[in-house]
Design a protein around this ligand. Structure first.
Ligand SMILES: *Cc1c(COP(=O)(O)O)cnc(C)c1O
Length: 369
């Protein structure tokens, strides 16, 4: 798979054999019915798929706005889809130690969960600012048997945690699988994560056709690294009349205000200055607080197939509160960005990716309100 000028492998030489091995392992797995069957079984009997589609009648009374409920997946966000798939893949490759990065902590929790389920050793890197913002998830990872290593440099958020996870992987590449949480990183990671998340879009397309007998006019999702959005978009890429809309945090708009640069092993659209120095991102939601984005999104933006908007912290908070009071659903702050833009879209039938639940964000929201 190719994403135009984006993607690639900008990594130290020592990682190339591991990426080759991963790519081969992934191709073999895709061609193997037993891999697909095991993953399908885990997704249905362990994770809780298919997730439902909910019509948000009171949230958007003038529209037919449906929520794809990844918040109801085990562990509370879409991250489990890719964690399960990569865990099965890691076992096929003979790796029994997993490293991961986490921002909001949802990917760390999903990774710790699958490591417990598969009996793998698990180390999760997390910025200390994020550990403060997402305390309950840090505690969850500990209870699941993972070791959380705090990262105390730079902005002490996802960017630094990712750099540390990559450093660990380089050192322990023989025994360790790096379980990336979004559609970022060197090839073949963006493709693997997109494929593992595309179950969201496949289900949603079938579900909306079943209730509405037509496709949505627009599909909208929040974009941090971009995995929940790409998973949803993949269900509708070939449906040219369906608008695909990604929503970034206004202070972390890698697609809206970034430039082509290399970050964490791939070329994409990145918040950077003219010399390629990475700029700091800022968002109320730890999961969107990242200066990069998956290369496929940069490609979809340039080709015009998808469009990207932004929402501010205040707009996300308003979206959070409105969904809570009108539908009885506390969304994560990340998809609250998509909710904020969804209501204003010039479309009647809309599908919104509700990527996760808001429990992890309660302290942050209460402090801001
Ligand atoms: C991690 C996370 C995100 C951002 O990651 P993407 O790869 O852009 O999906 C969005 N929503 C929730 C609930 C998350 O946990």
């Amino acid at each position: 798979m190719s994403f135009g000028d984006y993607g690639g492998r900008y990594v130290p030489e020592t990682l190339i054999p591991a990426l080759d091995e991963l790519e081969r392992g992934w191709r073999d797995a895709l061609a193997d019915d037993s891999f697909r069957a095991e993953l399908h079984n885990l997704l249905t009997t362990y994770a809780g798929r298919p997730t439902p589609l909910t019509l948000a009648e009171r949230f958007a009374p003038s529209k037919r706005l449906y929520l794809k409920r990844e918040d109801l997946l085990h562990t509370g966000a879409h991250k489990l889809n890719t964690a399960l798939g990569q865990a099965v893949l890691a076992r096929r490759l003979g790796k029994r130690r997993i490293v991961a990065e986490t921002g909001a902590g949802q990917h760390g929790v999903a990774t710790a969960t699958v490591c417990a389920r598969f009996g793998f050793e698990c180390v999760v890197y997390m910025g200390e600012e994020d550990m403060r913002r997402q305390r309950p998830n840090v505690e969850r990872m500990g209870l699941l048997g993972a070791e959380v290593r705090g990262v105390d440099f730079g902005t002490r958020t996802l960017k630094e945690a990712t750099s540390e996870a990559i450093r660990d992987w380089i050192t322990n590449v023989e025994t360790t699988h790096y379980l990336i949480g979004s559609c970022v990183g060197p090839a073949p990671y963006p493709e693997i994560v997109a494929e593992l998340q595309s179950v969201i879009g496949r289900e949603a397309r079938e579900q909306i056709l079943a209730v509405e007998q037509r496709l949505p006019e627009a599909v909208i999702a929040c974009v941090g690294g971009g995995s929940n959005a790409i998973g949803l978009f993949h269900g509708f890429l070939e449906d040219e009349d369906v608008r695909l809309v990604g929503v970034e945090a206004a202070g972390a708009a890698s697609l809206g205000s970034g430039r082509a640069a290399v970050l964490h092993g791939a070329r994409s659209s990145v918040l950077a200055d003219e010399d390629g120095q990475i700029a700091d991102a800022h968002s109320i939601s730890a999961g969107l607080d990242y200066p990069g984005v998956g290369p496929e999104h940069a490609f979809l933006r340039d080709s015009g197939r998808a469009e990207y908007q932004v929402a501010t912290d205040e707009e996300a908070l308003a979206g959070f509160q409105d969904l809570a009071r009108s539908e009885g659903i506390l969304p994560a702050l990340e998809p609250a960005h998509a909710l904020a833009r969804a209501r204003e879209l010039d479309a009647e039938l809309i599908l919104v990716g509700l990527s996760g639940r808001g429990d992890k964000d309660l302290a942050e929201v209460l402090e801001r309100l």
